[in-house]
Structures are given as C-alpha cells and as structure tokens.
Design a protein around this ligand. Structure first.
Ligand code: AQP
Length: 331
C-alpha cells in the first residue's frame, strides 16, 4: 500500500486554485484501493499569519465540512485537524534541530509572506516548512499531492529526512511530491502572473468554492486577459487566457487542446462566460452537500475526533522511533 498525505490551511475560504491544484487530486487518489490516504487541516500553519479568533474558528469548521462535501470520505481516508494531534508540534521541534537557518531563509514562500506581512515576520512563518516536514514524515508518507507552489517545501522535507536517516539509519520514509496534470498552478484572475491565493486582499482575484453563481460569473467576466484577440494556450505570452483555458479544461474534464478547438472564431468574452458557467456547474453539487453538512456540527466533530485518533496512532509510533534513536530517556 502507498501512503498519501496532504494538508490545506483554513486561512480563508478554499479557492478554485486549492481545489484544482490539490483537493481534486486527493479525491482521485482516495479512489485507488492501493492508497492509504491521510488529509489534514493545517490549522497550526494558519496562525503564522495573524487570524481573528472567531473567523479562524468558523473557517476551520467550514473547511472541514468542505473537504467532506468535495468527496473526501472519512470512511476511506483519515481526515483530521493538525492541532488535534500533538505529535506534529513535537516532531517539528525535533526536526528544527536538524534544519539550518540558511535553508529556511531561502524558501520562496517565506520571502513572499515576509514581504506581505512585514509587520509580523514571526518565527512560525520561517519555521512553516519544518512543521510541514513533520506533518509529512510522521505518517511514513510515500506521496504528497500538492500544487506547484509547495514543491520547494517537499524538497526541504526530503532533505531533512535524508539528513536524519544519514545520522540514525532508517527513521523516515522519503516522500515524493505529486502534481496534478492540469492546473498545478492556477493563477490570479486579476494578475495572471501570480498564483490564485485565498488570502489575496482583492476578492476579485480568486474564486472561492463557496461563491454564488452570480459572483463567479462577475469575477470571470472581469478576469484580466491581454490586448490581442486570439484564443490559444501560451502561458508565457498569454497568461490570462491560458489560465482561463486551464480552468475550463478541468471544469469540463477535457484536455486543453480539445477546449481550444471549441473556441475557433470566438472572442475572449465567450471564453470568460463559458469558463464561469462550467465552474458554476462543477461546484453546484459540492455546495449543496456543504450546506447540509455545515449544519450538522455533531457529525463533523465525530468525524474529526475519529480522524485525530487514527492519525495519532500512526504519528506516536514514528515520533517514539525517532526519540529513541536520538537517545532520549523514555518512561
Ligand atoms: N493557485 C493555486 N493553484 C494550484 N494549487 C494551489 N494550491 C494553493 N494555491 C494554488 C495548493 O493548495 C494546497 C493547499 O494550500 P495551503 O492552503 O496549504 O497553502 P497555500 O499554498 O499558501 O495556498 P493559498 O491559497 O495561497 O493560501 P494562503 O493565501 O493562506 O497562503 C497546496 O497543495 C497548494 O500547493
């Protein structure tokens, strides 16, 4: 069996980028009987950026319900909150002692977020990749489905694991990052050179998977394209148009070439409207299921508790193995 592990931060409302780049892939991997899947809400990571307590709480519950509504099934996969399994923070401390400050300083996300949150460049923001390495390594993970932006963090998790294994022998499984074939980097609708992000201050730049249809259509109609007229897939020279084609291909479950053919002789306006309509259609069943689940807090908490217990059972074994190898006195 292959162990698949991935996580998402409840730092706002899930975007179409998170869905296409990550969660949709989780769903596909869960369907394979050879995979043992573990999915977490990375709520410890979320507080690296200051959160309003009530909003943070609501977002975390909402994210959990969303994952189930998107087909992540607690009967098939372990689905839990990172903060409910204490081994994450513990292993993160241990791994800190095997990670170099220079390595963390080089991380692209750290540099980006330090600029965006210049008034709060806290240690957690810098340490984000080490906590992520702990998440992944605790579960003897083989593959980590992520969007393109997280590949650098997977690389550092591998480096840390190899360093530890080099000192103590076979402690950790070396994980591999897995990208979705289409949509590993969904771009902002307002600035197609940067990725779509749920904490972008401009809500027109992203589609939240809970946006209503009218809002989705409005956001797609105002998507930034270019001053030409030809519809072709060319991410370098036509990033806005290529981003819309990517989203449409995923929403219609077609290849990009097939989608491009459908627009022979048509204009950018048609592309924007069709992409908006296809996304509304794709998200409709999920929204209905979400509206049902979010009212059933008792069920959500029952699933979260069971998920945390299952996760803990695996995590504690890995943590103890590592502690023993380091030489800690155990009770
Ligand atoms: N635009 C994107 N395209 C494809 N995949 C994406 N992911 C994020 N944005 C895109 C993937 O979604 C997963 C969960 O991401 P995360 O919440 O842990 O953190 P993030 O990568 O920092 O995502 P955001 O939306 O940009 O969050 P904020 O705004 O809070 O920083 C990951 O697998 C990620 O690759």
């Amino acid at each position: 069996m292959k162990t698949i592990y991935s996580a998402i931060q409840p730092s706002g409302i899930m975007t179409l980028g998170n869905y296409i780049g990550a969660v949709d892939n989780w769903h596909r991997m869960q369907a394979d009987a050879n995979n043992k899947c573990i999915f977490a809400l990375a709520d410890l990571h979320t507080i690296t950026v200051r959160q309003d307590p009530q909003k943070f709480h609501e977002n975390a519950m909402s994210f959990y319900a969303l994952l189930l509504a998107l087909g992540i099934d607690p009967k098939k996969s372990i689905v839990y909150f990172q903060s409910h399994v204490q081994e994450h923070a513990y292993l993160s401390w241990l791994l800190n002692c095997y990670t170099m400050v220079g390595e963390m300083n080089r991380m692209t996300q750290f540099k980006d977020k330090s600029q965006k949150h210049a008034d709060n460049v806290n240690m957690g923001l810098m340490d984000y990749p080490v906590l992520m390495a702990a998440d992944i390594l605790l579960y003897n993970t083989d593959e980590v489905p992520v969007g393109y932006d997280q590949l650098q963090h997977i690389e550092i998790a591998r480096d840390i694991a190899e360093r530890v294994n080099g000192i103590y022998g076979d402690i950790f499984t070396i994980p591999k990052g897995v990208l979705t074939k289409v949509g590993a980097k969904v771009m902002s609708l307002q600035d197609p050179l940067s990725k779509m992000s749920k904490s972008d201050p401009n809500p027109k730049s992203y589609i939240s998977v809970l946006d209503d249809d009218a809002t989705i259509m409005k956001k797609f109609k105002s998507a930034v394209t270019d001053s030409e007229t030809e519809i072709r897939f060319d991410p370098e020279n036509k990033p806005g148009v290529s981003n819309l084609l990517t989203i449409l291909a995923v929403a219609q479950n077609k290849s990009i070439d097939e989608v491009v053919k459908d627009f022979d002789g048509l204009m950018y306006g048609h592309l924007k409207v069709r992409t908006g309509e296809a996304v509304c259609e794709m998200l409709k069943p999920m929204k209905e299921e979400y509206n049902r689940l979010i009212k059933d807090e008792a069920y959500l908490m029952k699933c979260a508790k069971e998920g945390a217990e299952q996760a803990h059972d695996i995590a504690i074994d890995t943590l103890n193995r590592f502690k023993k190898a380091i030489g800690f006195v155990t009770l």
